[in-house]
Every structure is written in structure tokens, then in C-alpha cells.
Ligand binder design. Sequence first.
Ligand code: HEC
Ligand code: HEC
Length: 198
Amino acid sequence: MKRIGLKTALLVTMACVGPASAWDDTSVRNCTWCHGTSAQGYMVAPRLAGQRPAYLESQMRSFRNHTRDNPFSQQYMWGAVAALDPLAARDLAAYFASIPPKPANDGDPGLMAKGKAIYMDGIPEANIASCYACHGPNAEGVREIPRLGGLAYFYIKARLAQWGQGYHSGAGTPMPIVARTLGPDDIEALASYLSFVR
Ligand code: HEC
Ligand code: HEC
């Protein structure tokens, strides 16, 4: 057991000696403790690797000023960023964005076609916008619009459901309106499809 523990600790340390090795290792480890080795996501904490740096920064601001207010955000992230100044947040965002992301591949493959169709075209008769229009052809995101490709099925599913339940992530962001009328089946299909996108 001891040996495994040490090995894991070494892996975590090694994962931090990446492109932005100027970044203080111990601070990164405060994050990868929950967000997983190489920040690829773990349990309810989403992957940060390869995420748009401007989006990561915007979310750290939203946790700090408590506008991102769902239960997991309150429970885990409000405290995690409470002492983080804007400069440190920017460095962390650049660091995590530079790590190559791995797709979670954990959705239902049988729902991929349906999910892709909604992603590309929306559901015009239900007034649901195309996701492609903002998140890009490969769900790669741009600026403050996040990369969705390869995020974990359960994370995407929970996020899409939460906007319909009245939670927020930032002031004036479009997602509460976009996701408001998505049905549970649409959400499962989208989350399944996106978990496989690389
Ligand atoms: C105690 C566990 C924990 C720690 C420590 C932690 N996080 Fe998180 N983080 C989470 C969870 C859980 C979520 C998902 C919140 C939700 O569901 O809305 C999250 C979400 C995020 C998000 C939003 C990602 C997205 O795709 O919207 C960012 C950015 C983030 N964390 C950055 C950090 C940084 C930077 C650190 C280190 C300073 C850190 N986290 C430390 C658990 C943690
Ligand atoms: C008008 C532009 C726009 C459209 C259309 C759009 N999004 Fe978004 N989306 C955003 C922006 C901007 C954010 C980040 C804002 C925030 O959450 O604070 C976001 C965030 C998200 C997130 C959160 C990701 C994370 O890491 O937590 C998910 C999931 C998401 N969108 C899914 C979708 C899906 C699925 C569709 C299509 C049904 C869609 N979006 C359509 C602009 C858009």
C-alpha cells in the first residue's frame, strides 16, 4: 500500500512539471488533489486539462464572487479559490489549458448519433439553439466559451440539468436560456456524444 501511495504521489508531482513549470508545484497540487492526475478530472471534479484559459479564469472569478452557485460549486470551489488572487488564477488557467486533454469516453455510444444531431443543428421546433454555433465544430470552444469535447458524461449532464433548475455560472451568460428547454433525453444524448469527442 505504501509503495502505491508513493507512486501516485510521484505521478501527481510529475504531472505538474509540465509546460508551465515556473508555476509553484504545491499550489497546482491543491487543485489536482480533486481534479485528478494531469487535471483530467476525477469523480465530480471536471477535467481542466485543455480547457480554454479565458473560460477557466472566468469560472474562478464566478466561484470567488459566488455567482456560480450550484451545490458542488458551493461545497468544493468557493473555498478552493477564496484565497486565490487574480494573477495566480491567470497562471493556473494558463497552466491547466496547456495540458493535453484526454476524452472521458464514458457516455452511452448508442446515443451518439442523436447527441451529435442536436449539437450540430439544435432542435428548431423546440427553439433550442445549435451548440456548434458557439462551442465550435469539434466542441473545442473559444475564449470564454468552454471546450466541451471529452468532458465526463455525468459532469455535462449535471451542468445541463442545473441551468433548467435555476442555477447560474456567470452574470449574463447565455446557457440558462439555451438549456432551459432541453428535455432529459436530449441532455443524455448530448452528454453521451460530447464525452467521446476528442
Ligand atoms: C475539494 C475538491 C476541489 C478542489 C481542491 C479544487 N476543485 Fe475545482 N472543482 C471541484 C468540483 C467538484 C467542481 C465542479 C463544480 C460544479 O459541478 O459546478 C470544480 C470545478 C472547477 C472549475 C470549473 C470547470 C468547468 O469546466 O466549468 C474550475 C475552473 C476549477 N474547478 C478550478 C480549480 C482550481 C484552479 C483549483 C485549485 C486552486 C481547484 N479547482 C481546486 C472540486 C475541487
Ligand atoms: C450563444 C452561445 C452558446 C450556445 C448557442 C451554447 N452555448 Fe454552451 N456555453 C456558452 C458560454 C458562453 C458558456 C460559458 C458561460 C458560463 O457558463 O459561465 C457555456 C457553457 C456551457 C457548458 C459548461 C461547460 C463546463 O465546463 O462546465 C456546457 C455543458 C454547455 N455550454 C453546453 C452547451 C450545449 C449542449 C449547447 C447546445 C444545446 C450549448 N452549450 C449552446 C455559450 C453557448
